[in-house]
Design a protein. Sequence first.
Length: 193
Amino acid sequence: MNNKLINREKWDINKISENKEFYYSCLPEHRKTAAVSLAAVSASANNLEYVPDYILNRDICRAALSAKDAEYYILPQIPFPDVQKEGIKKFSSDGGSAFIVHSFIDISDAQMAQDAVKADAYCIQLVPDKLITADLCKTALQHPEVDKKVLDFIPERYRNIPGVKKMAEEKFGNNPEQRETSIPPKRKGLSIN
């Protein structure tokens, strides 16, 4: 029985090497074994979406990240935060926008939040409220490419903390709360009599 299964896997892997769409378009779920799934995501990262949950493991996810066609949009399909972090590092070092790469994941811990905001100050808007701290707000304000608009994403409760307020004032002037554009004054309308 084992030999028959191995022969079937070899046949399926061979078909995948001939046509990377075979995995999701023709292969029934009961034949999507760990070995076949590993071969499928190695041939095309897009096959990761079709790997059954009970088969999905870190090795399969890492193989998808290493596939030639791997792109940041596969990150949400990776249920392992440590492997997601590897993907973030890969796509960011390949020249991907830090904001776009981080927008495809759930920032799940303080280190991920810190790394995201260090890479792009605007990532602070992607950080769950429970992970935002005064230090994280300072990190956003210290980013070399930060502009005044980032203040819109710093929660109100942190804007008046002395260290955050001071940094914002030093960076953007004495009144960091003031927006770059002001609301035009109301004009009296013309009445028709």
